[in-house]
Structures are given as structure tokens and as C-alpha cells.
Design a protein around this ligand. Sequence first.
Ligand SMILES: *Cc1c(COP(=O)(O)O)cnc(C)c1O
Length: 363
Amino acid sequence: MTAPAQISLTRTQNPAVKPADASLSFGKVLTDHMFIMNYTEGKGWHDPRVVPYAPLSMDPATSVLHYGQAVFDGLKAYRGADGAIRLFRARRHAERLNKSCRALCIPELDPELVRQSFEAIVAADHDWVPHAPGTSLYIRPTVIATDVMLGVHPAHSYIYFVICSPVGAYYKEGVKPVRILATDNHVRAVQGGLGEAKTAANYAASLSAQQEAERAGYTQVLWLDGVERKWIDEVGTMNIMMQIGDEVITPPLAGTILDGVTRNSILTLLRDWGVNVSERRVSIDEVMQAGRDGTLKEMWGTGTAAVVSPVGQLGYKGEVISIGNGQTGALTQKLYDAIVGIQYGRAEDKHGWMSEVKLPVEA
Ligand SMILES: *Cc1c(COP(=O)(O)O)cnc(C)c1O
């Protein structure tokens, strides 16, 4: 691994018309530039550059298209009340991308260069960071295997690229609870598998369960463990937390779930506040029983897109329990407000989570 290299910049000659902030949804509009860097065996990672956004041209035999050797991450840039643009926990996202790389035999990147790649692309496309409350610029770093050949083995060549998309406020009308369905027909990940990695394969593996949940009138799947189909893992593509009595519980990082940056941030805040927090196994039966006897106070998912996603209803084996009368709980709301306050520069950043993006001096 070498010291961070100079990142070159080639500006687009054809900047796109930016959509109005009010029209933004998630991931449909991409910005004018992308970051890209290549890996070849012997040479390592090289040629980091910001270039005009453009399609990738690929041979149909490119290995990622067949065997899914692909990892990604997701973070956001926020325009603060003071106009400054800041990234949330960029270094931690860079390190997690590397952890995902290791799980899929992809050569590691220099986390400092990855962090710089986020800054470089956001600096190039800073005009694309929307202004309206709750909006942000979503940053999607991705690594794919690019060997052209059909044998199954770790590739010898890769590209790392970063694309960005301006996204609308996740909650346009306030934080809104969802209905989730615990499934024992499908599992997302098993011990020894890819559950700890942010990889395309996990998302492919989640689709049929998600479709089944939607057909039954639910928003998301609550994943149970792959062995006993009893222990709660995650919800949809978020980490899960709940308050039973005065204890806040979240499943431990024991091999099948993703080490969410939002999960870690929320655990940090809860501990700062002196809340009784446990990272421990929690079974679906314990949660259903707590729902019946009234000790299940709140339940919420955590992730970059939503920050928190309160659970209003939980279905399992034909029974449906309502949590907090289907309303957003006080602790869930307090966590949301605290994290969002830090992200938009309104609240003190005690843990040094935000980093300001230096903007280019315009001619
Ligand atoms: C991305 C992701 C999360 C949330 O992680 P954050 O870093 O908080 O965005 C949780 N679970 C899965 C499976 C994910 O892919």
C-alpha cells in the first residue's frame, strides 16, 4: 500500500441541468463527475482520478457480471446551516469498505485515499449538494472485479469508482413508523458467510423475501438467524434496535450482520446519555412476548438513508403486535434529532464525526 497519490481532475464539458430540490427522490439522478481508480496485479491501485460521469464499457465475460465479486458502501454529504459541506464519519465508511473487500478477496485500498476520494468527488460536484432541509448528496463507492474470463477465482484486476446522487429528505412529513414481517422462510446470511460485508450478493439474496413481505402488506423483512431461525439479525438493509423495559437491545456483531455506522453512532449516543444498552442476542419470541405484555416500548431500524426507521407493527407467524400504538417513540425521535443535528452542523460534534469538504477556489 502506497501513500495517497495525487488525484487528477478532468471537468465535464457538458454539465447537466440540476433537478429542483423538491423533486429529488433516492438514487435516480447522478451528478456530473465520478471518481475512478484501477487495480492490476503487480501495479496495485493506481491512477486515481475524477472524470466526467460516463458509462463503463465491459466485455460480457467480465468476472463481476458472472460471479458477483463486488462490494460497495454508502455515505452522505450534508450542506450545513452555515453553508459548509460535511461528510459523516467518512473514515469509518472507508475502513468498512476495506473490510468488505477482505471478505470477497478484493485487494485492500488505502483508507486515507478512499476518504480523499469522497472529498474529491464531492468537491468536484459541490453544486450538486442540495439545499432544502433534510436533503443530502448520497455517495456510493463501489469495487468490482474486471478480469475478462469465466474461471472462478479471485480476479487480478479491479476498478474502484465513486458516484454521487442528490437525494430528497427521507421523511418529508416527519419520522414515520413502518410495518415489518419476521420471516422464517428466508435467511439473509449465515455464520461464515458474507453477512458482515456490504456486497451485492446480500442484496440479491434479500429480494424474494422482501417481495413476499410487500405482498403481505409489510414494508420490510425482519431477518432471523440462519440456523435456529429464532435470533433477530437485521431489518431489511438496516440494523435493528429495541427498548424492552429500560434496556435498549441490539444484536451483537457476531458474523452475520453489518457493522452499521449509524448503529455505532447511536450506541455511542445512548451510552453518552447513560442509557442501559446491551449488544446481545434477542429472540423473536422474547420480542413478541414483550409486545404482548407491554414491555416492548420502542423498536427501530438504523441506517444511513433513514437514520432511524421506527417500527409501528411487527408480524410473525400470523400474529401482529403494535408497538407504541404505531407511533414514533420518544427515544427513537430523540436519536433521530440528535444525529441529524450533528449532520447538518446544528449540534455539537463531540465525537469528531463530521469532516468539512474543502471547496475548490472558483475562477
Ligand atoms: C448498509 C447496511 C446497514 C446500515 O449501515 P449504515 O452504515 O448505518 O448505513 C445495515 N445492514 C445492512 C445489511 C446494510 O447493507
